[in-house]
Design a protein around this ligand. Structure first.
Ligand SMILES: Cc1ncc(COP(=O)(O)O)c(C=O)c1O
Length: 418
């Protein structure tokens, strides 16, 4: 079972003051990962490696601030994410705007911030030129390799995916951008999600490096950086092993050296990892409300899929610890469920756990990315609070829990009652 950065007593004390469920993020874990990632990839040339943290994974400004301090930029996909990046002081090319089916006002905001705009479709160039005018000096395009890559369940197969430009469109797009004032160019792809296989990531870099040489040959354009996207996996399942960053780095560097040997130019490599940065360092804390026996045994908790949707959405697995019962045998088989009127509101199905009791505190592991962020209010459920477990082992509230007033804030009761 995975180790926790807090004790049962600390959580009990926190829950005396704050309502369950709630999220906790471990600052030390996040900072250590960020440092290790940066150090391991320090061989990257030309201004070095940078991770643009995928804000969608954990859109809390306190977390973004920590990551900014650790040298990360922000990968934003919407207006709110651009504003979050702006609020923590990220500017210009510290922000990557990777969006699709993009609304005009988001292009405008990205331009106002001087963000790197990553165009997702060839028609977006005309859309931008017609509605905004002059292209930015630096433009990036998202490449969809079609059947050259397989993708996976979360992100889909590239041939079926709505994202990015085909190879031929890519050549046309660079030419067009160049004719319309762009002076600096970059290339992006995002072909997989939650991938633990290092070879897959190295192969993605190889694909982009090969393409960069082809672009140089055909168009005479030197790319300034390659963005290998997000998708670094984390071990959700007990039998999975964490990806070794040093091995990843060696595999990437080997592809990079091959590229130089083939006459390729030095190019910066960047990524937009989200899950690997905060995922393992976030925990959803929830209390057992009811133990229910029907055709199966159920643990009913006070969180629901509105707090953590991944299990219901993808059948995702999150390890569960019952605090104080870490050393007890997992003798009972349970479905762990929330209270939504959806039968797939389940955090676990047929999970072997120690015998649970009403009032037990459950910890759902690896909830720090695409967890709180995917929350919603269906069934009138309110979003929980978020806490940072600081480096000096204190809990700091970094977002309060929603109240009924928040839920009703967009309604005008006077209209209803008149
Ligand atoms: C364009 C883009 N970049 C980066 C990410 C982050 O991926 P991950 O959190 O798996 O690293 C995503 C995730 O959906 C994405 O869509």
């Amino acid at each position: 079972m995975k180790k926790l950065p807090f004790t049962k007593e600390q959580i009990e004390s926190l829950l005396e003051r704050h309502k369950s469920p709630l999220y906790i993020y471990d600052e030390a874990g996040i900072r250590n990962f960020a440092k290790e990632l940066k150090n391991t990839l320090s061989w990257v040339e030309k201004g070095g490696y940078k991770n643009y943290f995928a804000v969608k994974a954990c859109p809390n400004p306190h977390i973004l601030k920590i990551l900014k301090e650790e040298g990360m930029g922000a990968d934003c996909s919407s207006m709110a994410e651009l504003v979050l990046a702006e609020k923590v002081g990220l500017r210009g090319e510290e922000i990557m705007f990777t969006s699709n089916d993009t609304p005009l006002e988001e292009f405008q905001k990205a331009r106002e911030l001087g963000a790197v705009i990553n165009f997702d479709d060839i028609t977006h160039l005309d859309f931008y030129l017609e509605n905004i005018g002059q292209l930015p000096e630096l433009v990036c395009f998202r490449y969809n390799p079609g059947n050259l890559k397989e993708g996976n369940e979360i992100i889909g197969n590239p041939v079926e995916a709505k994202y990015g430009l085909t190879k031929e469109q890519l050549f046309q797009a660079y030419e067009k951008a160049s004719k319309n004032g762009a002076k600096r160019f970059a290339l992006h792809t995002m072909v997989v999600s939650n991938m633990l296989d290092i070879n897959y990531h190295a192969d993605t870099l190889k694909m982009l490096l090969d393409l960069s040489r082809e672009i140089k040959e055909r168009l005479g354009i030197e790319l300034e950086f390659l963005n290998i996207g997000g998708g670094l996996g984390i071990p959700y399942q007990p039998e999975e092993k964490a990806l070794d960053l040093k091995e990843l780095s060696v595999a990437l560097e080997s592809e990079y050296k091959n590229h130089l040997q083939k006459g390729g130019s030095a190019v910066r490599i960047v990524s937009e990892y989200g899950r690997a940065v905060t995922g393992p360092y976030g925990f959803l804390i929830t209390k057992v409300l009811h133990l229910m026996r029907k055709y199966k045994d159920y643990i009913g908790v006070d969180a629901s899929m509105s707090n953590l949707m991944r299990p219901a959405l993808y059948g995702a697995y999150h390890q569960i610890t019952i605090l104080g019962k870490e050393d007890m045998s997992a003798t009972h088989k349970y479905d762990v469920v929330g209270s939504l009127c959806e039968n797939n509101d389940k955090f676990a199905i047929d999970r072997l756990l120690p015998e649970a009791e009403v009032g037990d505190i459950l910890v759902l592991h690896d909830a720090g990315a695409h967890g709180y962020a995917m929350g919603f209010q269906y069934n009138g459920k309110l979003r929980s609070a978020e806490f940072l477990l600081t480096k000096d082992a204190k809990f700091r509230q970094i977002r309060r829990a929603e109240t009924l007033d928040d839920y009703f804030a967009t309604l005008d009761w006077n209209q209803i009652n008149s």
